[in-house]
Design a binder for this molecule. Sequence first.
Ligand code: NAD
Ligand code: ZN
Length: 360
Amino acid sequence: MNYKNFPMVPRVIFGRGSFNQLNEIISPIRLNMNAPFIYLIDDVFKSNSWLTSRISLSYDDRIIYISTEEEPKTIQVDNLVEEIILSVKERPSGIIGIGGGSILDLAKAVSIMLTNEGETHSYQGWDLVKNPALYHVGIPTISGTGAEVSRTTVLTGPKKKLGINSDYTPFNQVILDPELTKNVPKDQWFFTGMDCFIHSVESLQGSYLNAFSKSYGDMAYNLCKEVFLEDTLSTIEAQDKLMMASWHGGMSIAYSQVGVAHAMSYGLSYVLGTKHGIGNCIVFDHLEEFYPEGVRLFKIMKEKHNIELPQGICAHLSDEDLDTMVSISWAMEPLWENALGNNWKKKISPKQLKTMYLKM
Ligand code: NAD
Ligand code: ZN
């Protein structure tokens, strides 16, 4: 057995208002006055002075606001890297991502591509990155994906949707300030929060499970139950706990894998552009057969928070589109293997997958 030796985020600060300490944290990292810090920020914060007034730009530092209308693409990373290279005097001191999973993934990818040659899509896969990334900081503003702690950055490329999984991907510094999540719209709070719940269920029910993943998975699962099922938490406690649930959910899958919901949601995303959080919910809602207890709880949570999921999103698809969807999902071998075991191909067929998609 060859065990994975994987890196973790070496520094993390947690607390409401900890975002105020960003400047003191990054100042010692600055290489020189010509080497700026580049902030990649979700454009939902563009005129939000509560957040932006706490960022102090010095020398050549700059903010690039980014729309999260669509999830990150390799070409978007290539363009950002080019824009940065053309506009700075020297290689930047660091990249700071402020936003949800989309922005955190972009920040990771940009920091890798500023020190590695060629096009971003050529690094989609496992351990293809040669040079260490630039110093990069992740500051989540919505909780659930675990992108703040993971070793991957999920990108849609010309041929596939696949992460850059590497030892250089994790952030050098994460700032967990749950107060930053206070204005997340309710539906989005639910969809991204359920990503974490689904990570924990898929990890805990998977064949790859081990004590490492289980301990983190249990924590994420129980925190999600408290946040989404119980009425005992204040808003502040719920924000704090969901941020930690996201962290633990991400840690849990580091040493295992996700499962059926993620495998199928990748297919939806590739063909229909369905976003990760809502896509997982649409799929998970139909997975009683695979995750009976998780799906039962999910339906109670959905009801409790009055969440309406879109129905029939695959009904109008052409046969060709459906086949693409099935083949994208089918190709996620490790996810299926984790979910159904070694002989997963005996337990599910492309035809069954198609039937399942048609119900969604
Ligand atoms: P997101 O980053 O796309 O954000 C969702 C929405 O919430 C956006 O409209 C955004 O503007 C808004 N938002 C974020 N913070 C806000 C705030 N504080 N106030 C108001 N609005 C706010 O969504 P997400 O669900 O966090 O991330 C999804 C992405 O994460 C996908 O691209 C997915 O592939 C990726 N992902 C990555 C990993 C990983 O390990 N790298 C894991 C899971 C998912
Ligand atoms: Zn996920």
